[in-house]
Design a protein around this ligand. Structure first.
Ligand SMILES: *Cc1c(COP(=O)(O)O)cnc(C)c1O
Length: 385
């Protein structure tokens, strides 16, 4: 009987796996071989070679990732930035223009503002919450629109449905960085996005032990991006493929738990007298709560908040917590805490941060899979200290 895996939880385990299993192995073996015997390939891209992204470890991952977001194809890369740079360099050439959301992941922001202009590619930033303003920023040479599912570190949710409509009506390729949501909470191809990008370093791998990236979309675009990656060389090595493959299997149990834990922590913080404001799309106080409910199956394990005591209180709080690691990155099994102005947004000018609403005292938490009660108790004692 043909195998049909209806739900994401089942696909995480079974989709893309070799059938029949290789030598009966229930876990995908690592093919630690750079090259493979020639078997009649007529195109350079079909020679089996690690850099050409087509070893058995790559193929299994590509099929599994495509299945997770109900798309045709996928490609894994050596990091999140490798997938973002390779995708943008596939879609844009000298003379082209891109519309990008104004509050992007720092590395993406720098790539667009510093590197793309040296190649003759221009950009404008858009407020993803204000579609009426986009038309003015459109140029005859605009080729793509680039947004993120939830912004870092304020967890804003743009008008994603209108992004797709706008892109379709004007012939732009719509690209979304879906790292923060993961396919458990949001599947961009189901909403019409052309390309969904992930830093697999975060939720998809989930164990803070590799860097990796992925792009998911239609066969035609993924093939073009693959050929570009074959030239640029940012391929994922087989051992990292194996770790990502293994990490993916627990994605649903991890992320569902993180969703549940984080709403409880957000509610605890929101009620605490020392807390000024909590940013979490699962809170009714979030300005786009209704939109988040319509789009997402869960609200992620990411939240940020401000204390009434400002920077000093924020530093004291972070120092007094005992469970989270004070470290950048996110999406792993361990909780991480940072002040974004000292880490992810330290490269941004104070004026730009102010414009975006990222204050000096803002604290960001990536909630892990520890007991919710333990985290709340830890935060409670750190707030009192
Ligand atoms: C971490 C991250 C990236 C970059 O990924 P790397 O794997 O570190 O290269 C891109 N986008 C978002 C939203 C991220 O959180």
């Amino acid at each position: 009987m043909a195998k049909v895996y209806k739900h994401l939880e089942t696909r995480l385990i079974h989709a893309g796996e070799p059938d029949p299993p290789i030598e009966g192995a229930v876990s995908m073996p690592i093919f630690q071989s750079s090259t493979f015997e020639y078997s009649g390939a007529t195109s350079y891209h079909d020679l089996k070679y690690i850099r050409l992204n087509n070893t058995p470890n790559h193929v299994a991952l590509h099929q599994k990732l495509a299945a997770l977001e109900n798309a045709e194809a996928a490609l894994v890369t050596a990091s999140g930035m490798a997938v973002i740079s390779t995708t943008l360099l596939t879609l844009l050439s000298s003379g082209d223009h891109v519309l990008a959301q104004d509050c992007l992941y720092g590395g993406t922001h720098d790539l667009i503002t510093k590197d793309l202009p040296t190649l003759g590619i221009s950009y404008d930033f858009i407020d993803a919450d204000n579609p009426d303003s986009w038309e003015h920023q459109l140029h005859p040479n605009t080729k793509a629109i680039y947004v993120e599912t939830m912004t870092n570190p304020l967890l804003q949710v743009g008008d994603l449905k209108t992004v797709v409509e706008f892109a379709n009506a004007r012939g732009l390729v719509s690209v979304i960085d879906n790292t923060f949501a993961s396919p458990v909470n949001f599947r961009p191809p189901e909403w019409g996005f052309d390309l969904s990008l992930h830093s697999c370093t975060k939720y998809l791998n989930g164990h803070s032990d590799i860097v990796a990236g992925a792009v998911i979309g239609c066969t035609d675009l993924i093939e073009k991006i693959t050929h570009k990656l074959n030239h640029l060389g940012g391929s994922l090595d087989p051992h990292a493929c194996f770790l990502l493959h293994r990490g993916l299997k627990t994605l649903a149990v991890r992320v569902k738990y993180q969703n549940e834990s984080t709403i409880k922590i957000a509610l605890f913080l929101e009620k605490h007298p020392a807390v000024k404001k909590v940013n979490y799309p699962g809170l009714e106080s979030h300005p786009r709560y209704q939109r988040a409910c319509e789009l997402f199956d869960g609200f992620s394990g990411m939240l940020s908040f401000e204390l009434k005591g400002g920077v000093k209180a924020a530093e004291r709080f972070i120092q007094n917590t005992t469970i989270p690691f004070v470290a950048p990155s996110l999406g792993g099994v361990e909780s991480l805490i940072t002040r974004p102005v000292t880490t992810s947004h330290s490269g941004m000018s104070p004026e730009d941060r102010k414009k975006l609403g990222i204050s000096e005292s803002l604290i960001r938490v990536s909630v892990g899979i520890e007991a919710t009660e333990d985290i709340i108790e830890d935060f409670d004692q750190a707030l009192k200290a």
